[in-house]
Design a protein around this ligand. Structure first.
Ligand SMILES: Nc1ncnc2c1ncn2[C@@H]1O[C@H](COP(=O)(O)OP(=O)(O)OP(=O)(O)O)[C@@H](O)[C@H]1O
Ligand SMILES: [Mg+2]
Length: 816
């Protein structure tokens, strides 16, 4: 049986807590994952349980197949990898803190056993069985990245400064912000604190980056050093470059950057997977990932540099995603101190503010934790929909939080005095949950986490945790760039230099594929090219796409003169009408001298295309969705997961809405029925209406608005009913009215049961990695192919000193 807390699209965070009696209630506190798209902050003093709450939230998210990027300044989040479904002492043993064992007078073995038991007990008290741990482990791929170090998975952040995607480049403000934060964080790494408006260093680097990025080029550090010495422009604003920043002084800036590059251990910043957010969030199979970036080993400027870079990349990725109303991914930062201050403006602040303002539309939920509310930028907070407030240390902190809450709750009847009492009474792992999407705040204790909260791991432990993932992941991150050189099969005779290209048969168009460099040392080989526009259409799968294809097949001197099986795709934009002077030519095979051969080859090409170029897409029968042309299977799977989440969230909301109006009607009827009784019982009027309302709101709370699913609601309803009926029994003349009330109450109970049933019947169980998908093939028909160019083309090959040939047109090839 499913546990009561496993509800569609809801995160199990804990249970309601009664502050007055200091006891845990049975009511489960569920949080609609959708609500997280308006972001959350977790505030509480050290030891109040922030990280425990954060880890619990991330566990829920991953179980629901929502990927996570977590920034881990303290090293605690690595614990997400410490999950042991069997809860055995041996499993815990390598990870327990040996010092703690000594302090307790236990052997490491005994201590590990004790910890395993502690976790087993904690989890079962919170209704979580080992099977849930296994589910968490299986739901996602977990990875610990250690930028600037080789202990965990490396990330290459400084290999190059790549231009942001067009979505950012085309937005003037975002592009400028991106350049500024990149430069500020790079200068911080050099220990130069520079003002973007007045500092020469900043202005120069910003101009260099803007120049490269506007051309769509990336710059590596070496390129940056060269550009500082010899910038690709002569003026800065209206001023001459050398007056603005004399060459000699530029040289010393270049030297500083060079010294950074030459520093021991710096290679770690250049190795590993690129910071590609799409790949950080999903495996190539479409399985969600938990990418944990641990930065506790870094110096302050290095941390700032990394965090700002990562946030910028996330911002760039986000802007390329389609809009959504459901949660797509979570960005969690475990300690925000120093990255989001109210007054100063470190490079991390601008992208973070932009994220808080814009991420909602893209379904990216930002969760920030801090010990100290004074560390948070107030403007940023006003964009935050959820506040988790734990125990606070000082009066000043409480004041600050109260002011913020009052602002966030503007107009909703904020009771400051009551709130002050609440804040003062919060204890360990007890939080006040204020969610703008809910009617009322809740006070709850966080559930026990599945991950073993061991605290920061040692370098060696991180190494061990990531060892098996290292080889596969870093390989996947690297791009294969070596393509085999293709040389025509048969050694042709070279035509003498002066002869020019051999004569083409009359009426056959002749082209030359552009070569790089000069004509000297170049040999042109003959090929037949066909450039086509092809159109794939399927009503059944709702497909209607066109694409251009250009193929070149070299002519061979043998029985098989032309074989489209060996054709290569190329970019027809590089076809030219003239050859480079000074090149040599292979001979044209005899067969290619006849005009009739070309119409046969043209027909062959059409047949070949029909047989060999079907459009192969991936399709989910169950959800009636088909992948798009450019989409890999993994990308399709993650898109599918998001689409299903949207559908599910909408479906749940629709059901709630549907019942909402029926319930309101019944509630009105109940009130009227109650009033009818009251008319008969003048003297007890006020008391009874009270009873009716409390009964009404108990039911209302159970399935609308508040998402805490109450197991005590039933008993509350019972009490309300009993007290109501006791009073009513006193008078016989109200029996009929009382029966009517009962009937309505019965209808309400039935309605609630039906609502729960409707929700539980929604079938949205989905595992992105194992969901069954089918291959769909859409074949080309003759009428789908329009040949635009067909003729003879000379392809350039280059001879090296040893006389070996290699294709000079590698860069003109295309992938399709
Ligand atoms: N949900 C939980 N399940 C089990 N244990 C927990 C949970 N939350 C907190 N703890 C225990 O309480 C300790 C302190 O909690 P936690 O680390 O979350 O505090 P914190 O507010 O993040 O403190 P700091 O500001 O110092 O990082 C943890 O090390 C763990 O032992
Ligand atoms: Mg913490």
């Amino acid at each position: 049986m499913k546990e009561a807390y496993e509800k569609l699209g809801a995160f199990y965070l804990g249970k309601e807590y009664d502050l007055a009696s200091r006891t845990l209630k049975d009511d489960v506190v569920l949080y609609d994952s959708k609500d997280l798209t308006t972001h959350a902050v977790i505030i509480g003093m050290t030891g109040s349980g922030k990280t425990g709450l954060g880890i619990g939230l991330l566990e829920e998210s991953l179980i629901d197949n929502i990927p996570v990027i977590a920034i881990d300044p303290k090293g605690d989040l690595t614990n997400l990898l410490l999950t042991f479904p069997e809860l055995k002492g041996e499993d815990f043993q390598p990870w327990v803190n040996a010092q703690d064992a000594v302090t307790k007078g236990l052997t490491v073995n005994q201590y590990a056993k004790q910890q395993a038991q502690l976790w087993q007990k904690g989890l079962s008290q919170w209704g979580q069985n080992p099977e849930r741990i296994a589910r968490l482990r299986a739901a996602a791929e977990f990875a610990v990245y250690t930028p600037g170090s080789s202990a965990g998975l490396p990330v290459s952040v400084l290999r190059s400064f790549s231009p942001p995607p067009p979505a950012i480049r085309d937005d003037g403000d975002l592009f400028r912000e991106r350049i500024q934060t990149t430069v500020t964080s790079l200068l911080a790494l050099l220990d130069i604190e520079a003002d973007p408006i007045t500092s020469r260093e900043h202005i120069l680097l910003a101009n260099i980056l803007e120049h490269a990025w506007s051309l769509g080029r990336s710059l590596d550090l070496a390129g940056m050093i060269r550009a500082i010495q010899a910038p690709p422009f002569q003026r800065i604003g209206v001023m001459d470059l050398d007056l603005f920043y004399p060459q000699k002084e530029r040289f010393s800036l270049a030297m500083r950057l060079n010294n950074l590059l030459a520093a021991p251990g710096f290679e770690a910043w250049l190795e590993g997977a690129p910071l590609d957010i799409g790949h950080m969030l999903y495996t190539s199979e479409g399985k969600p990932r938990a990418a944990i970036f641990t930065i506790s080993h870094l110096s302050d400027p290095e941390r700032m540099f990394f965090v700002a870079t990562l946030l910028n990349e996330i911002l760039g990725w986000m802007r390329t995603q389609p809009g959504t109303s459901s949660l797509r991914a979570i960005l969690y930062m475990d300690e925000i101190y120093g990255y989001f201050p109210p007054v100063s403006n470190p490079p991390s602040k601008t992208p973070l503010l932009t994220l808080l303002k814009q991420a909602r539309a893209y379904g990216l939920g930002v969760v920030l934790a801090t010990q100290n509310p004074v560390d948070l930028d107030y403007k940023g907070l006003s964009n935050t929909g959820t506040w988790f407030i734990g125990r606070l240390q000082t009066e000043r902190d409480k004041e600050r939080v109260l002011a913020g809450l009052e602002g966030a709750a503007a107009g909703t009847g904020f009771d400051r005095g009551r709130m002050e009492e609440v804040l003062a009474a919060l204890g360990k792992r007890v939080f006040l949950l204020h969610n703008v999407h809910e009617n009322a705040p809740a006070i709850f204790q966080t559930r026990w986490v599945m991950s073993y909260l061991r605290g920061p791991l040692t370098r060696e432990q991180i190494k061990e945790l990531t060892a098996d993932k290292k080889s596969s992941l870093t390989d996947a991150g690297k791009t294969a760039s070596v393509t085999p050189v293709s040389v025509p099969g048969t050694p042709f005779k070279f035509a003498p230099l002066e002869a020019g290209p051999p004569v083409s048969p009359p009426g056959i168009d002749t082209f030359f594929l552009a070569a790089s460099g000069a004509g000297q040392g170049l040999v042109y080989y003959p090929a037949v090219v066909g450039c086509m526009n092809i159109h794939y259409a399927s009503v059944q799968y709702d497909i209607d796409v066109s694409e251009s294809v250009a193929l070149a097949a070299t002519l061979e001197d043998g029985p098989m003169v032309l074989d489209w099986d060996h054709a290569e795709a190329f970019d027809p934009a590089h076809l030219e009408m003239t050859a480079l002077p000074g090149a040599e030519y292979a001979e044209l095979p005899q067969a290619a001298g006849k005009v009739s051969a070309y119409s046969k080859w043209n027909k062959d090409l059409l047949r070949w295309m029909r047989q060999n170029r079907p459009l192969t897409l991936t399709r989910s029968k169950r959800f009636k969705m088909t992948s798009s042309l450019e989409e890999s299977e993994g990308e399709f799977r993650s898109r599918l997961a998001q689409a299903i989440r949207e559908k599910r969230d909408l479906a749940v909301e629709k059901i709630r809405k549907k019942y909402d109006s029926r319930f309101t009607t019944l509630k009105g009827q109940l009130l009227r029925a109650q009033q009818a009784i009251d008319r008969e019982q003048e003297q007890a009027k006020s008391r009874k209406t009270q009873t009716a309302i409390s009964f009404g709101s108990a039911i209302l709370g159970a399935f609308l608005g508040r998402k805490t699913v109450s197991t005590t609601t039933a008993s509350r309803v019972g009490t309300a009913m009993r007290s109501a009926s006791r009073i009513q029994k006193e008078k016989m003349d109200v029996v009929r009215a009382q029966e009517r009330t009962r009937a309505i109450q019965g209808q309400m109970e039935e309605l609630e049961a039906r609502l729960q049933e409707d929700i539980s019947e929604l079938e949205f169980s989905f595992d992105p990695a194992s969901e069954k998908l089918d291959e769909v093939r859409i074949k080309l028909k003759s009428s789908d192919i329009t040949v635009q160019i067909f003729g003879l083309a000379w392809l350039p090959f280059r001879k090296n000193a040893q006389g070996q040939l290699s294709a000079d047109w590698e860069s003109k090839k295309s992938s399709r």
